[in-house]
Write a protein that binds this ligand. Structure first.
Ligand code: MN
Length: 473
């Protein structure tokens, strides 16, 4: 364990390392004699959690709080002592994590309670989520020897924590959490996916390994030196979800494996794309420019699928090192920026919104019900006529779109054109639609809209309008 700590300490300044070391010593003291279900010393758990976070390059306060995250639980240590020795920030993080740990309900009520507490805590400090995700990750890795309800534990990860990681742009952690939880929640489906994909994945890997040097020299001939080219396999859980959409026909999944190409700059990304297309015919409608139009969680890359040698369909993902880091770490790569100058602040404004709603009208149950749709449903991205991307839950309607652009646009929405055609106001929008709202200042929201809108924002605003109009009349 000292070895792990020493590796961690090397990443930080002397003063920072001293505090982390002190946190380790206190954790050592607090967990003295405690064992995990596996029989190991309890201390290994906070140390591993700290290690995961140090690998994400998070700051020393996060690392210290991770080491201390369970010390208030069953030991002699008081939170005032933490405050005195480690400062307000670390003490706050540890307290917030302790509260998340103490849950009085089970089943869905437990989710609701946990989710509410977490959103509340993130309003003060987003690092609560980072530590919680690392905590879940290590617990899942060791879930086999856990004596409690394994399936329940893993389900909560699939339902709450993985989607949360995804919405925060933390793609790598999301994928790992899902793949670790998958076999506990859906054991048969897990075996099935493994059995139908294993051969294919292995063959693909061989094929891509052969392709790699060719691609490298191809780029070099055109004066682009790739920083890295790696073959990446799709995570199993997301593969399973995709297979369900495609009748378990593996042939229709083109991104089972992909070659990820990292090049030094944005212009080099486009050049590399051009070079690929010069040699290999691209599949139409499979070229995606997430550099010009990033996904709402911040993801950027160029994607293309081409008919490679012998007509083999192959996906490529091209990005800069910075985009790569963002894709893996999301908000965690940027958290050090103060919120008001955070370049990603707008992208994560939904989090702020969620926190505001929580404080507004909702009961815990109501909040959960609407958050489930706003937050955990698959998202679609639609466009304004000016090309701005609006991020909505699946099944959202033009009214939801109008309200998410501006409250007035919602209130006075008379008609909606979707891709140039007039559509009913309760029409379900699809990914990529261009939506234009026709305003009429004399129009006002109808109660009937509440029957089909999907987003919390639309619901709240319509209800507010109806309520204030009742008062007037
Ligand atoms: Mn823990």
């Amino acid at each position: 364990m000292e070895k792990i700590i020493n590796v961690i300490l090397r990443k930080y300044s002397l003063a920072e390392a001293r505090l982390i070391e002190r946190a380790f010593e206190l954790a050592q003291e607090a967990h003295q004699g405690q064992k995990r279900d596996s029989g190991e010393d309890y201390l290994i758990h906070p140390v591993k959690v700290a290690q995961i976070l140090a690998e994400l390059n998070l700051d020393y306060e996060t690392i210290s709080a991770a080491l201390l995250h369970d010390v208030l639980e069953e030991s002699f240590i008081k939170s005032e002592e933490l405050e005195k020795e480690f400062g307000l920030n670390i003490a706050f993080l540890v307290q917030a994590l302790t509260k998340l740990h103490r849950v009085s309900y089970s089943g869905e009520k437990q989710y609701i309670e946990n989710f509410n507490k977490m959103i509340l805590a993130t309003a003060k400090d987003i690092r609560v989520v980072f530590i919680k995700l690392a905590d879940k990750l290590h617990n899942l890795e060791t879930l086999n020897s856990y004596k409690g309800d394994k399936k329940k534990f893993a389900s909560e990860v699939l339902e709450i924590y993985a989607p949360l990681a995804s919405r925060l742009g933390m793609g790598e952690i999301k994928g790992v959490l899902e793949d670790l939880a998958f076999p506990y929640v859906y054991p048969e489906e897990y075996r099935e996916v493994v059995s139908i994909t294993q051969n294919q994945i292995q063959n693909n890997k061989k094929y891509l390994d052969q392709l790699k040097p060719r691609l490298e020299s191809m780029l070099k001939e055109n004066n682009i030196s790739a920083t890295a080219i790696t073959a990446r396999a799709k995570h199993l859980y997301s593969l399973w979800r995709k297979l369900q959409k495609y009748d378990f026909n593996l042939e229709r999944i083109y991104d089972l494996m992909a070659l990820r190409v990292i090049v030094p700059s944005v212009p080099a990304c486009y050049e590399a794309l051009g070079i690929l297309h010069k040699y290999w015919q691209p599949l139409p409608a499979r070229i995606k420019d997430f550099i010009a139009s990033p996904k709402p969680n911040g993801y950027q890359s160029l994607h293309t699928t081409v008919f490679c040698d012998h007509g083999k369909i192959t996906e490529f993902q091209i990005r800069t090192p910075e985009m790569h880091q963002n894709a893996e770490l999301g908000i965690a790569a940027h958290w050090t920026y103060k919120t008001n100058q955070n370049p990603l602040a707008k992208r994560f404004s939904w989090l702020k919104q969620l926190q505001e709603w929580q404080q507004q009208t909702f009961s815990a149950q109501e909040f959960w019900e609407s958050a489930k749709i706003d937050f955990f449903k698959d998202r679609i991205f639609v466009f304004t006529p000016m090309g701005d991307v609006i991020d909505l839950p699946e099944g959202a309607t033009p009214i939801d779109f109008a309200y998410s652009v501006h409250t007035d646009l919602g209130h006075h929405c008379e008609q909606a054109k979707v891709n140039g055609k007039i559509m009913a106001l309760d029409h379900s929008l699809s990914d990529g639609d261009i939506v234009e709202v026709v305003l009429n200042k004399k129009k006002s929201p109808s109660r009937d809209w509440l029957n089909f809108v999907k987003t919390s924002k639309a619901k709240i605003k319509i209800k507010e309008f109806l309520r204030s109009n009742l008062k007037v009349s």
